[in-house]
Design a protein around this ligand. Structure first.
Ligand code: ZN
Length: 62
């Protein structure tokens, strides 16, 4: 594990990836503070996995 530096408003800081899984009706969506989001999933587990995959490999959003 590593510790994230605290986000400072207005400062040039590296992209912070804070993932949330949101439920909307019967679908779950994983989204990240960097602007990334996953398509709706019927399974909360699947949405969580999307989130984990994003954190492991943020790709172009890094
Ligand atoms: Zn992200």
């Amino acid at each position: 594990m590593y510790t994230e530096p605290p986000a400072r408003a207005g400062a040039a800081s590296p992209t912070v990836h804070r993932v949330v899984v949101e439920e909307r009706g019967s679908f779950c969506f994983a989204g990240c503070s960097c602007g990334w989001f996953a398509p709706g999933r019927r399974s909360r587990d699947r949405a969580r996995r999307d989130a984990e995959e994003h954190l492991a490999d943020p790709g172009p959003f890094d």
